[in-house]
Design a protein around this ligand. Sequence first.
Ligand code: ADP
Ligand code: MG
Length: 570
Amino acid sequence: MAERDLVSEIRKVDGKGYRSYRDLKGSYVLEDWTLFIDHVQGDTFAAPSRMRLRIPQKEARFPEWTYSSRIREIALRDLIARRFWEAGRMRARGGMGTGGSGKISIPRPGQEILERSSVVINNKFIEVRFTAGLPAQARRIEGDSAIELLTEHLPTIVRESMLFDSYKEKRIQQHIWCAEDAHALRSKLEPMGLVAFIADGSILPRKSGVDQWPLSNAVPFRSPLSLRVKVDLPNVGRVTGMGIPKGLTLIVGGGYHGKSTLLEAIKHGVYDHMPGDGRELVVTVEDAVKVRSEDGRRVEKVDISPFIGNLPGGLSTNDFSTDNASGSTSQAANIMEALEVGTSLLLIDEDSSASNFMTRDRRMQMLVSKDNEPIKPFVDRIGPMMESQGCSCVLVVGGSGEFLDIADTVIMLSSYVASEVTKVAKDVAATFPSDRESEAEEPFSSSYSRVPLSKSLDPSRGGKDVKVSAREVDILTFGKEDLDLSSLEQLVDLSQTRTLADAMVLAWQMMDDETSMAELSAKVTDRIKEKSLDCLGDVNGERAGFRSHELIGAINRLRSLVVYQKDRST
Ligand code: ADP
Ligand code: MG
């Protein structure tokens, strides 16, 4: 196609009806760059138009070291995305007509450094995928505004965010070093026999439930001496902090003393955080899963028998299905599903657990006989579970001392200050022995894998159109179904949820009615690793990296899901 001039093409449609904007689809030379107009919106209130801007590396001039490893590349792209978002907000916030006219944007990055499809970089070029609200008054194209938006505001945004020279080199280094150190730290956990590390000086609490910035004037974290470890990192050098060893760790302490805040920080430690977050050096093994009770959720043929036996009415728990799980059965299913994908660390907070799932005291054991209680309390199952699955557990408890006997490490929080009280806890347990009887001594075993049936995942319901989307971080629309993902607490970014929606479609396409859930998640994540997030459909800037736990977590919650159980031994 002959090269077209953007300004004269816009002039041609000036004053016409909105649909004429469609004529702009195509590529243009803008300054020394290339602008691709990939998709044009239907009107100013519709989702904005999708565009890409590509700058040759000989002009952008990001030195090779800034993207020479995968971690560096992800961190650099993340930083550029932040800058672009910010510049877009300053320079093109809309107001050029009705609806979204005149707004240039990409998804707003949160605190986590994630792979983001909004920016890609290689040794030939750097490209940003953004959206722009093409300006109109009512339905009449505002040509002059469109020219201003794309030939003045856009280049300004680009110059402020996409050229190496627009950054202080230190700023780039800081972002990259930060991600690199967090990765290095995470890779040292296993050899040190740890499952998590919280650096001294970290700021754990957040501003509020809706603001993930660090709380001002918070008490910085300080490791108890007995748990303090030293680690040498490639960029910041030596750091000290609290190492949480493998095994069962309890976090105890009075209400409002910071227990849940510590667990939350550990839960988010599967991600790298941006400089200034306060949790830059709070890291956790990458397959850690936070589980909770989630009554009302759908469960499809999960073997919850390690935790729940003979249900009323002879309902089987080897292949337990329900459209409306109870607190305890949902928590059992959540744990079994996490183990099915594979996890080396479970994170559980008493606050968000079913209390009857966790333990049963002596009096209740006397009142309700064991034959009438399907639940095998977690306190009796956690030991066999950790042993047979090779996983560790960090458990927040404030109300029940029943876990003291079996804990390997006990951390107490008192006015946000951590101390290790393992020995005291053991003394207490010895002085005041529990009067409850252990209720389930059998080994912890589950010999099934689950195979999802592709028909049950078809988001098109046999039609041609596949409709999936995400409006909020915890609401995913898959075909006709709205999935509530609020219990997947490690889903942190709307872009992740959007990506999950697309990844579920890919999973569906890869299903052959023989591949197990765990194999399927590996297949999908391998494909993305190999081909990048762009392999999930239209090239756009809306995607972000995610974990297989959240992918399978979303699939497991589909109301339509049908699986069959395969005996693992065959
Ligand atoms: P718990 O689970 O022990 O009841 P939380 O972790 O929910 O307590 O913390 C209670 C409150 O204290 C929260 O509002 C939290 O933001 C705040 N908080 C937690 N840690 C700190 C800290 N290190 N410094 C200041 N405030 C904190
Ligand atoms: Mg709490």
